[in-house]
Design a protein around this ligand. Sequence first.
Ligand code: NAD
Ligand code: ZN
Length: 376
Amino acid sequence: MFRLARARACAPVKTASISRSFLRLNSSFGIPETQKGVIFYENGGELHYKDIAVPKPKANEILVNVKYSGVCHTDLHAWKGDWPLPVKLPLVGGHEGAGIVVAKGENVQNFEIGDYAGIKWLNGSCMSCELCEQGYESNCLKADLSGYTHDGSFQQYATADAVQAAQIPKGTDLAQIAPILCAGVTVYKALKTADLKPGQWVAISGAAGGLGSLAVQYAKAMGLRVLGIDGGEGKEELFKKCGGEVFIDFTKTKDMVSAIQEATNGGPHGVINVSVSEAAISMSTEYVRPTGVVVLVGLPANAYVKSEVFSHVIKSLSIKGSYVGNRADTREATDFFTRGLVKSPIKIIGLSELPEAYELMEKGKILGRLVVDTSK
Ligand code: NAD
Ligand code: ZN
């Protein structure tokens, strides 16, 4: 199922006519015609690590020489095609790409050649609807998504809309910042959505995964007390390293609701659901404290959140969805990282090892985030 097809180098690609937008190319970077990337042609089909053409930036785009890309569970959903939103095919996935701008289109004002840039989930939006106007660009009905509707960062060179691409300070460790571009921004926004106060309890369900391990740290930095829920080898240790206070192992705990409520003296004030478990999400409506807020972030396929109406009313609960973040959230989440308040718990692997990464992710065996080095 996860078999890797190592294709032989493609035949040389015919020299494409150079578009006007590509003329601002800095030749010192020596951009090749082909590159290594991981591409699939059908959902659930083979993941080919092979030579593919280097894309040319449009007038509004930058071309990023991607050095590292985080592997998000969303990439696995995209490959499987298990969401009710079709992906572009064939597709190069990836939306946590960090690298260097090597070319730019003629309309790009906010990046120079040589700048560090980040490729994030939201690649572009219409910028003219009511949602975009108010900063809800990710909710725009015309949103364009890296590694989903636009070829993403599992390749050495990727294009990105310059308006949405993240600005990364020069000198930043590109492998470390890669997970901030989706996981970090997403959990930072989810915590803002929960609107909790310093000293209150937040439960992170899925606390040792890619999003969860960063959520624990952002929550700590915001002055919250953190209870983490996850299960499996090494998960509690990672949670504690990230600064979490109380860990509940869902694989070992019989009465989860009582255990969580006892540990938090009546239930957490807020819950950030970053697991890919429908049952875990529904359970969070049971253990959350009266007047508390349940935030939905993880996106298990075909899932529903069930909340028993009588308790929901009597406890006056809120359930809110939270979807990545806008440009301001990206800048703020990056700032927490740059100031050393959060660190990405990463393991670096080669881009060619992506299929094995998906296999481990499916089994819930990854601690923190895997980051691919595009040169291997
Ligand atoms: P991940 O695989 O790295 O982490 C998931 C974690 O959940 C794992 O550590 C796993 O052990 C744990 N888990 C599994 N079952 C559990 C249970 N019953 N209770 C508690 N924990 C459990 O995944 P990720 O990259 O962190 O992504 C998580 C989800 O968030 C995915 O569905 C992804 O598509 C989604 N996502 C949403 C947004 C958004 O904007 N809303 C953004 C990025 C990712
Ligand atoms: Zn993601």
